[in-house]
Ligand binder design. Sequence first.
Ligand code: AP5
Ligand code: MG
Length: 219
Amino acid sequence: MNVILLGAPGAGKGTQAINIAEQTGLTHVSSGDLFRAALRDGTELGQKAKAFMDRGDLVPDNIVIDMIMERIGAPDCAKGVIFDGFPRTVDQALALSDVLQRNNQAIDAVLYLSVDQEILLKRISGRVTCKNCGAVYNIYFTPTSQPGICDRCGSDQLYQRSDDNEETARNRLDVYFHQTTPLIDHYREQGTLHEIDGQGDIAQITHAMVQAIGANSGH
Ligand code: AP5
Ligand code: MG
């Protein structure tokens, strides 16, 4: 079973992917997290991606596709993957369906999280992430119970992403509308698209998403 999360920057892909992975056993693969880890580790991949990410532009397709292909070849992905932030262009989508087809697999569901545009910037500017476990919070909407302490793992390593400043965030939204929204129609035509309202209670959104996955898997 393979599931794609589609949605604008700040739509809640990462937040929901963590919950869905916990509830379904799928492995969470986030292209943005992989780039950020490569950057932290000082690898060549991280260096290549950095300038694009700092501007809020997409990293070139060949670099992203190679990275994802390597990741999904790992043993923990054999049970199925929830893709977060990939694919983001039609070429990335075609590369993914090609490799899945060669392995007798398919994309079982594409969950498109829709959120009003004016909310996205506030979500992005208020986001803090736990360096230790990856949990995501928001100073305006979903703060931690104790200031500066992760509810999930107790770490005090909460940080703000460097691309969450207003200028970069505006470009990320622009890039999303130009380069990624064509995927909505692409997957709608394939009959795998579920549109989910990404506003409201986080647990209820997770519930709707898990139900949509269940419907597609025939459970
Ligand atoms: P990436 O890391 O994927 O960032 P993104 O797509 O911009 O998405 P975000 O992570 O900003 O948002 P999200 O949807 O995960 O929202 P979250 O759950 O955190 O990519 C970063 C960069 O890497 C790109 O700009 C690009 O350069 C490069 N890149 C990555 N993948 C690539 C690819 N495939 N091709 C080319 N380049 C690529 O939630 C946001 C906030 O809202 C949080 O604070 C959260 O607490 C809050 N929130 C979530 N849900 C709710 C809710 N229901 N109510 C209230 N608040 C909520
Ligand atoms: Mg994310």
